[in-house]
Design a protein around this ligand. Structure first.
Ligand code: NAD
Length: 266
């Protein structure tokens, strides 16, 4: 028996990295999944491998009409919505604060915070009448301490943790749990392409990441996906308003500060 048997989920940013690993783990555990992402080719490739239990929906998480349509599409296709994973993300603005533009602010906060707000709002819209649901947003260790990401990324991820705790208070009495995961540096395209036109070799990046954490190995997308499966499942039925840090000891050891604001690469 799967841990998510019969559940219906939406994963934003489900076409790559942590989101794609989450989609794969959700399917393994018996869920039906809608991938909500901009990356159509990558999303459709996942659908082609899995068939009828997965759908792709072209969604920009900064657009309320598109997020609302994805939620409605999930309900139309599978009859309900049990799990909303607000995971789509970008690094956004990098560099010194004095050089950061208003446009870069709007883009970064738009994807990382407005996207989570819209996903949560529209998931709640259909979960409230059901009287059940689990909403999980991808924060970051940059949402726990400063110095692990660029300024606006750090601000948005702290806001995701606060938003999660606030909404958990409203929706808990209605049977809906609201949680976050905070990945440490994880081997995904977001990290391997950071400030580069061509992705760096995975093995090289994995070695760098491993050197910065207590447990001596790079965190992989499936490690974060496993935490999301737990929060989505009945095993976490008394867990709400929580931010689950999965970082191989990065924040505990304090060894990981990256000087994004000085323009250095990690
Ligand atoms: N990789 C890490 O080290 C790390 C660490 C902490 C937190 N995170 C967070 O994990 C989440 C997933 O990141 P990842 O590392 O898997 O990156 P990724 O680049 O592999 O995947 C991000 C996905 O989000 C999608 N996306 C971007 N903007 C979108 C938009 N406006 N609408 C819809 N989809 C959009 C992209 O198309 C892509 O498929 C992000 O929220 C990121 O901030 C990543």
């Amino acid at each position: 028996m799967g841990r998510l048997d019969g559940k219906v989920a939406i994963v934003t940013g489900g076409a790559s990295g942590i989101g794609a690993a989450t989609v794969e783990r959700f399917i393994e555990e018996g869920a039906a999944v809608v991938i909500a992402d901009l990356a159509e080719a990558a999303g459709e490739e996942i659908v082609a491998r899995h068939g009828a239990s997965v759908r792709f929906c072209h969604v920009d998480v900064t657009r309320e009409d598109e997020v609302a349509a994805a939620v409605d599409a999930a309900v139309a296709a599978f009859g309900r919505l049990d799990v909303m994973v607000n995971n789509a993300g970008i690094i956004g603005a990098v560099g010194p604060i004095a050089d950061t533009s208003e446009a870069a602010y709007d883009t970064t906060i738009g994807v990382l915070l407005k996207g989570v707000f819209l996903g949560t709002k529209h998931a709640a819209r259909v979960m409230m009448p059901q009287g059940s649901g689990s909403i999980i947003s991808t924060a970051s260790t940059a949402g726990i301490v400063g110095g692990l990401g660029p300024h606006l990324y750090t601000a948005a991820k702290h806001a995701v943790v606060g938003f999660t705790k606030s909404v958990a208070n409203e929706l808990g009495p209605q049977g809906i749990r609201v949680n976050a995961v905070a990945p440490g540096s994880t081997l995904t395209p977001m990290v391997t392409t950071l400030r580069r036109d061509e992705p760096m070799d995975d093995a090289v990046v994995a070695e760098r990441l491993a050197s910065r954490c207590l447990l001596g190995a790079a965190v992989m997308p499936v490690d974060i996906a496993n935490g999301i499966v737990y929060l989505a499942s009945e095993e976490a039925r008394f867990v709400t308003g929580h931010c689950l840090v999965i970082d191989a000891g990065q924040t505990t050891s304090g060894t990981a500060a990256h000087q994004f604001h000085n323009g250095e690469q990690r």
